[in-house]
Ligand binder design. Structure first.
Ligand code: PGA
Length: 249
């Protein structure tokens, strides 16, 4: 662990009232530490969370953004709209978006470019193989390819702010976690790919998280691995006490 960062991904859960209650509970138990912390919430709760966490070290993130500045894209949200709220992070290319909303490596690349060019928001790029790909031994090829395509034409100065989340699809929401060793191998592959695309110095600065059924009971084993800088936490981030136990692993 060199760039510690733990983020919650609420997915499509909670309303404003729940978000506020969560924020109040987390603030009451959280004390500032060296570990960066963020909650990535549905758009409608971002405002509530930004106000509730003001004056703390807890940051707020979105779960998606459109790559165009504006236009006839019913149902989408632009980068300027997110900047106006004052968020710090944005998840890009989550496997649920790739699977259910046809996000492609190309659209993911456009989103990352847009974010880096026009904001200080930090993209959390998700990569990871599905069960069939893992069973066929293709995980390294899949993840390397996703990473290379997502980072096409992203320069070294921009990419050093990036967060990459390795999220094997078979471990997301299933209760099955990759073993710390399996996660470490893939996070090392991501680090090595970043070194190949940029250089050692840059790849050292990039935060690499593991995601997929992280919970209080397995957080420390995973995050104590050398190449793993933190976690992207889904289900267990919905409960302030569980999330707190993970961030103080
Ligand atoms: P999970 O989700 O922790 O519920 O497995 C992780 C994620 O999808 O980011």
């Amino acid at each position: 662990m060199r760039n510690p960062f733990i983020a919650g991904n609420w997915k499509m859960y909670k309303n404003k009232k729940d978000a506020l209650a969560f924020a109040e509970e987390l603030k009451s138990i959280y004390s500032n530490s060296d570990i960066k912390v963020a909650i990535c919430a549905p758009y409608t709760q971002l405002d509530t969370l930004v106000s509730a966490f003001k004056g703390t070290n807890i940051k707020v993130g979105a779960q998606n953004v459109h790559y165009e500045s504006e236009g006839a894209y019913t149902g989408e949200v632009s980068l300027d709209m997110l900047k106006e709220i004052g968020i710090d992070y944005c998840i890009i290319g989550h496997s649920e978006r790739r699977t259910y909303f046809n996000e492609t490596d190309e659209s993911i690349n456009k989103k990352i470019k847009k974010i880096f060019l026009e904001s200080d928001i930090v993209p959390i790029l998700c990569v990871g193989e599905n069960l069939k790909e893992r069973e066929d031994g293709l995980q390294e090829i899949i993840v390397k390819n996703q990473l290379e395509k997502a980072l096409t034409n992203i320069n070294a100065d921009e990419v050093k702010k990036l967060v990459v989340a390795y999220e094997p699809i078979w471990a997301i929401g299933t209760g099955i976690t990759a073993t710390p060793e399996e996660a470490e191998i893939m996070c090392k592959l991501i680090r090595d790919t970043l070194t190949m695309l940029y250089d050692d110095e840059i790849s050292d600065l990039i935060t690499i998280q593991y995601g997929g059924s992280v919970k209080p009971s397995n957080a420390s084993d995973i995050m104590n691995m050398d190449e793993i800088d933190g976690a992207l936490v889904g289900g267990a981030s919905l409960n302030a006490q569980d999330f707190f136990e993970i961030i103080r692993f």
